[in-house]
Structures are given as C-alpha cells and as structure tokens.
Design a protein around this ligand. Structure first.
Ligand code: GDP
Ligand code: IMO
Ligand code: MG
Length: 450
C-alpha cells in the first residue's frame, strides 16, 4: 500500500507515459496490466526521448521494479528489440519482471490481425496497430493461448504449438489464402526468445501482493484509453482488453480492494488514431494546427492522429467507468495562439440532450456536440513553476473542464519535458490517505461478533 492507477481518459495517447514517469520517481513498483505493443508511451527527460511499448515507463527510474503483468500480451521479438533500444539509451533493465501468466503474441496473431483488416471492406476496418493484439486476446479467451511460462519451457512450447498450429494454419490458408507457417521454424525461434527472456519471467502477481503488504508504492500504468476499452469504449472500434481501472486488478493479480487512487489522463483537446466515431473531430485548419503543434503522429505506427475539441461527454464517461478521483490535464501549450477555445459539454440528438455517452454508434453518429466557447491564450506565461502563476485564461479553461467533468484537475502539463508539469495534488499522499482510511474502515466494518 498504497496503489495508484493511471488510466487514459480518451482514445489513447493522452500522455500516460509522462504522468507515469512523474509519479514513478517516488514509487517502488510500476506495472502494466493490459494491452501490448499497440501502446506507445513517450517520456522526454533531460533532452532524451524514450518510447516505451511493452516495458513499463517506471523502468526509467532507478530502483523501480517494472512489471509486465498477466493481463498484458507480449510479443517476445518486439520486447527483446525494445529492451535492446532502451539499453542502448543507457536504461538499466535489471528491474524488469514479466508475468508467467502473460499471453504470448505469436506470428499467426500478427498475420491474422493484418489479414483480417485487409479482408474487411474499408468502412468496417478497425484501423488496428497490426500488432496481433486482438487475435492474441481471442486465443486467450478461446483457451488456446500460449503463456510466458510455456514459452520459457521448450518442451512445453512444442506441445502447445503442435496442438494449436494446425488450427491456425488451416485458418491462415483456408480463410485468408495465406501460406501455412512452419511449426519447426516457429518453435526454434520462439524457444530461443523464451530462453532469452526466462531470467525476467516470474509470478508477478505474488510480487505485487508482497510489495503492497510491505507498504511499497505500486503504480499501475494503463495503456490505450477508456474509449478503447472492449466493454466501455466505442465498440467495435476498440482494442481487445480492459484499459479501465477494473482491469488493473485482474490484469496484475491484486484484489480490487487493493486499488487506492485512480487518476485519468486527458489532453486539453481530443485525439484519436484509427477508425471509429469522434463527435468533436475538426477536419479543418484548427484540427490541422493541433496536429502540427502537438506533433500528433502515432508513437507506435506514425499514423496522423485525428484532432478535435475537448469532449466532456467522453471524459465524464471515462471518469464514471474508471471511478476516477482526479484528472491530469495535458497539452495546454498546444492550444496556445487561438483567439477562443471550445469545450463540448454535451450531445444533442433529435433536439434532446443525451443523459450519458451512448452505447450505440448509430445514435452517436446522430449526436451534435454542444459547445461552450472560452477565451484563448498565448504562449506567454505558460512556462511557470506553479499552477497559480498561469495566465487567467488558462486557469479559466482548466477550471471549466474540472466543473463540466466533475473532477479535480490534479496536474496541468504545458510541454513534453518531465519538468513541464504543474502539480496541484501529490498523488502518492492522496493514495496513502485513501489507503489509510480504507484500512481503518475495514477494521471496523469486519469486526466479528462474539
Ligand atoms: P501515451 O500513449 O498516453 O503515453 O501518450 P503518447 O506518448 O503516445 O503521446 C503523447 C505525446 O505528447 C508524446 O509525444 C509526449 O511527449 C507528448 N506530450 C506529453 N505531454 C505534453 C504536453 O503537455 N504538451 C506537449 N506539447 N506534448 C506533450
Ligand atoms: P497508448 O497506450 C492510441 C487503437 C488503434 C485502433 C484500435 C485497435 O499509446 O495510448 P489494436 O491494435 O489495439 O487492436 O487497435 O485501438 N489503439 C490506440 N490508439 N493509443 C494507443 O495506445 C492505442 N492502442 C490501440 O489505433 O484504433
Ligand atoms: Mg501512445
């Protein structure tokens, strides 16, 4: 205790890497709990840019144990490459641990992800990252997956492959017209990955539970975003896992009662990469300006991100399905230079205001954003050291977002550098207060009668 969950409050790329890195400085453990190499978390520190995909951002802080939890899907070739890149940047990887229960992304998953996208008519494509994420989670649910514990045992791996690959090869050739994969070649290659990753593979759930029991600070680093959540996102234009805070428990092996503070990360505007609905999207010069000023090109795929105004319907929905306590608001510098800025406070459909974010995409397509217009700001006065020193227009915008979303804004970010964050609430102190209060309440609530 305590634990802190950092989640994306929009469609991903909100700046989770930056916020994770900030609070990892005073953490002992940082764990990823879902997603895979579809994630791209950027940390800019001391003039260096680190791009993390599978390795938790906590790895950049000396002494932190960085856990790839059971809910993550691991592409071992990609992970080894990422580890090599980080090592070349001078990052110490000795604190990395990988769950023996995490599922392995196999070559047929990557192929099927890409072939399935190609097979679909353009209007039905998800716009996936092509990293095999969906098909790997399909196998996990189908109970035909291969786990890290299997990968590190060459004999067991061979048994798994002999069972599953004939099925995968039949699907590859008969459904997609692709040539079958060679079992022997896949086995040799993956047994080698397993051998190289074995020193890092362990029971990370036990590690996390022990860390919490001994009073360590555990940060759970969400990937993707609430609106990409398989249950709560804009289905089917979602990823195949649970980025929302509920996934932090099941995807790491700690109990839901062990989750203390939950903080969402949101941009001061909205972006989305890939297909799917986006009510406040700006297909005009303001959207283009956001993209250029914010360097809105995917960390993972390099695709241009779609940009639009801040959408409080989206972030309110995210706040609710995550049980968020606070919001870290990012990228306020990107909006600088506009005369006015807009916030979408609600959706109107057929003349009526919607009470909540709709499940139906047809309904969503009929929604018109209701906007509030606020004064803009310039670059001047953004590079300050305390929130109270920011120009009044910036603070006015932040306070309005806080009011329409219904959450305190716990920090404000005005640039990509580690130092360009204005902290308003110490998240570890907040998490500790919640943990203490829970412990006290639990002691009283469960007193047994004589
Ligand atoms: P994540 O996936 O949520 O970790 O976010 P990404 O790393 O994919 O994308 C966020 C991008 O914005 C990265 O390039 C960050 O370096 C950058 N960034 C983070 N915070 C800010 C900010 O306040 N202002 C600007 N201009 N860039 C930021
Ligand atoms: P981070 O952690 C932004 C999107 C993809 C696609 C959909 C499904 O960096 O915020 P998938 O490959 O997961 O099956 O793709 O989800 N997507 C992301 N968008 N940031 C991410 O991660 C994303 N991870 C997946 O673009 O629309
Ligand atoms: Mg990203």
């Amino acid at each position: 205790m305590p634990s802190l969950v950092i989640v994306g409050a929009q469609w991903g790329d909100e700046g989770k890497g930056k916020i994770t890195d900030l609070w990892a400085e005073s953490a002992q453990v940082v764990a990823r709990y879902q997603g895979g190499s579809n994630a791209g978390h950027t940390v800019v520190a001391g003039g260096q840019t680190y791009k993390l995909h599978l390795v938790p951002a906590g790895i950049l802080r000396p002494g932190v144990t960085a856990v790839i939890g059971n809910g993550v899907v691991v592409d071992p070739a990609f992970l080894l490459q990422e580890m090599e890149t980080l090592a070349a940047q001078g990052v110490d990887l000795s604190g990395l641990r990988i769950s023996d229960r995490a599922h392995v992304v196999m070559p047929y998953h990557i192929l099927m992800d890409q072939l399935e996208e190609e097979r679909r008519p353009a209007a039905e494509r998800i716009g996936t990252t092509g990293r095999g994420i969906g098909p790997c989670y399909v196998d996990k649910a189908q109970r035909t997956g291969i786990r890290m514990g299997d990968l590190t045992d060459a004999g067991l791996l061979r048994k798994c492959l002999d069972l599953v690959m004939p099925l995968k090869n039949a699907e590859l050739s008969q459904v997609y017209g692709h040539k079958p994969l060679d079992v022997e070649e896949v086995w040799r290659r993956f047994a080698d990955y397993g051998r190289r990753l074995k020193p890092y593979v362990t029971d990370t759930g036990a590690l996390l539970r022990q860390a919490l029991r001994s009073g360590q600070r555990v940060l759970l680093e969400g990937a993707n975003g609430a609106l990409l959540d398989i249950d709560h996102g804009t289905y089917p234009f979602v990823t195949s896992s649970t980025p929302t805070a509920g996934g932090a428990a099941s995807g790491s092996g700690i109990g839901p009662t062990d989750l203390d503070a939950v903080v969402g990360v949101a941009k001061a505007y909205t972006t989305r990469v890939g297909e799917g609905p986006f009510p406040t999207e700006l297909k005009n010069s303001i959207g283009d300006r956001m993209r250029e000023r914010g360097h809105e090109y995917g960390t993972t795929t390099g695709r241009p991100r779609r940009c639009g105004w801040f959408d409080a319907m989206v972030v309110r929905h995210a706040a609710q399905v995550n049980g968020m306590h606070g919001l870290a608001l990012m990228h306020l510098d990107v909006l600088a230079g506009l005369d006015t800025v807009k916030i979408c406070t609600g959706y109107r459909r057929r003349g009526e205001l919607l009470p909540a974010f709709p499940a139906s995409l047809d309904k969503l397509a009929e929604c018109e954003p209701v906007y509030e217009e606020l004064p803009g700001w310039t670059e001047d006065g953004l590079q300050v050291t305390a929130y109270g020193q920011l120009p009044a227009a910036v603070r006015g915008y932040v306070e309005r977002i806080s009011a329409v979303v219904g959450l305190p804004v716990v920090s404000v970010s005005v640039g990509p550098e580690r130092s360009q964050t204005l902290v308003r609430t110490d998240l570890w102190q907040a998490a500790q207060r919640i943990a203490d209060a829970k412990a006290q309440a639990q002691e009283q609530a469960w007193r047994l009668q004589a």
